[in-house]
Design a protein around this ligand. Structure first.
Ligand code: BGP
Length: 485
């Protein structure tokens, strides 16, 4: 009789690590020729905890561009990883990281996105970062565009809405694929590609006063261009470094029905399809049928060129990566209540939430892993998961963040269950190994790190790094390959 042994532990070569993004860590926003990006013109709001994501419309784009300071734009200063990378990577190594997810700032390489020749000092910076990672035997996992693009492309082409941006992006990807050919094995094209449907800083497209239909039309057209750019990048990578792997990156938000009423279950299915649409296209290489109905109902027409469908089909992704912070709830009557500043769905009475209203659902991670594995049969990678919380630095420079340890532990336990269920999971990069600027709120005080960074919301502080209790806990997790969580 055929018998396959039950898996009981994390795979031997499991990629443990942490994840960051250039615009939230690097700072040095004007150093060595770097250009301004979309992320760096989103103004900080006084209190965005329960509000919406950043909105450039609070000032005009031109005013933001002309403002040469970082006062209202904390992402311009980050946590100065640009000058602290050696120290930071040494700390990651001390925890035993096998992988570090970082993004390349496109505008360090092509300041306006329009240049023919790349900016050598931008390329050299990432060479130094990769040198340091190599020294510590840490594998880089590189996101090519994490919520940003050179601002000039936004002004000129309305971001990803302009088909011309595909050419600019793939000029950049070809340059970095060639340059880092021997150093980077794992690549992601667009961070949380599905959130492009939400607003300015992801797509670069400026919505202004538009109807819902017009906004959807813009956003899905912009995303279509991202799909094509991603498939072309895959094609380039396969010819430059055939052994390298490229993945899609989804903000996975499973939607639960509010009740067992079939009408609610069906409403949840539709919501879920809208989330999985992105990985469906990038993994299966074609637009799913259910979207045709949605597009027709909403009056959306995606303009495609002759070869678009062929390139999507020919160059699907190798693996599926995703961020996991929360799940959603919906009902046939529609959404009742938005949670936090990220999720679009309703509140789940069975779950606790973070100080920023993000509902915490570790079992949802196991459900998501199983669902994605069943759907795609491609290796999965959890490339973001973590808790944003207010931390206290004690007089003796300690941070007792047992709440963060609990959060991570509960998610790791469910991840292990999913592995025992048979899910093929390549790795886990928690968000974020050190405190960085929060993307949605631009606050420093929404801290995710295992390493505390001494900086406040206004940019005051020594930028010194201190190890939190979670630092020592995660080190142990990696040392024991997840046996001690
Ligand atoms: C994800 C983004 C990250 C990150 C994280 C936490 O959506 O990919 O860039 O910031 O969420 O969100 P925040 O910083 O808004 O708390």
């Amino acid at each position: 009789m055929y018998h396959k042994e039950k898996i009981t532990e994390f795979p031997k070569d499991f990629l443990w690590g942490g994840a960051t993004a250039a615009n939230q860590v690097e700072g040095a926003w004007q150093t060595n020729g770097k250009g301004l990006t979309t992320a760096e013109v989103v103004r900080k709001a006084d209190d965005r905890r329960h509000g919406s994501m950043g909105d450039v419309n609070e000032v005009t784009l031109q005013e933001a561009i002309n403002d040469n300071s970082d006062e209202h734009y904390p992402k311009r200063r980050g946590v100065d990883f640009y000058h602290h990378y050696k120290q930071d990577i040494a700390l990651f190594a001390e925890m035993g990281f096998k992988v570090f997810r970082l993004s390349i700032a496109w505008s360090r390489i092509f300041p306006t996105g329009l240049e023919e020749e790349p900016n050598e000092s931008g390329l050299a910076f990432y060479d130094r970062v990769f040198d340091e990672l190599e020294k510590h035997h840490i594998e880089p996992l590189v996101t090519l565009s994490h919520y940003e693009m050179p601002i000039e492309l936004t002004k000129r082409y309305n971001g990803w809405l302009g088909r011309e941006v595909i050419g600019a992006f793939n000029h950049y990807t070809e340059v970095v694929f060639k340059r880092y050919k021997s150093r980077v094995k794992y690549w992601l094209t667009f961070n949380e590609i599905n959130t492009s449907a939400w607003g300015f800083h992801e797509t670069g497209a400026i919505d202004g006063e538009l109807s819902e239909q017009e906004q959807l039309q813009i956003r899905y057209q912009a995303v279509h261009h991202q799909f094509i750019a991603s498939a072309i990048a895959t094609k380039q990578l396969k010819s430059i470094t055939p052994n390298a792997k490229i993945g899609s990156m989804l903000a996975r938000m499973q939607t639960y029905p509010a009740t067992a009423n079939p009408a609610d279950v069906q409403a949840a299915q539709i919501e879920d399809q809208k989330n999985l649409f992105y990985t469906d296209v990038q993994s299966r290489g074609e637009y799913p049928e259910y979207m045709n109905r949605y597009f027709a109902d909403k009056g959306i027409i995606i303009n495609m060129e002759a070869d678009d469908e062929a390139i999507l089909k020919q160059y699907p992704v190798d693996f599926i990566s995703f961020s996991y912070y929360m799940t959603n709830v919906t009902s046939a009557d529609g959404v009742q209540d938005g949670i936090g500043n990220m999720s679009l769905g309703g509140r789940n009475p069975y779950l606790k939430e973070s100080e920023w209203g993000w509902q915490i659902d570790p079992i949802g991670l196991r459900i998501s892993l199983n669902a994605l594995w069943d759907r795609y049969r491609k290796p999965l990678f959890v490339v973001e998961n973590g808790l944003g919380a207010v931390d206290e630095l004690t007089a003796d420079y300690k941070i007792h963040d047992d709440y963060r340890i609990d959060y991570l532990r509960l998610h790791l336990e469910q991840m292990k269950e999913a592995i025992i269920d048979g899910v093929n999971l390549m790795g886990y990069t928690m968000w974020a190994p050190l405190d960085i600027i929060s993307f949605s709120t631009s606050e420093m005080s929404k801290r995710y790190g295992l390493i505390y960074v001494d900086q406040d919301d206004d940019g005051n502080g020594s930028l010194k790094r201190y190890k939190k209790d979670s630092f020592f806990w995660y080190k142990k997790v990696i040392e024991t390959n997840g046996q001690t969580v």
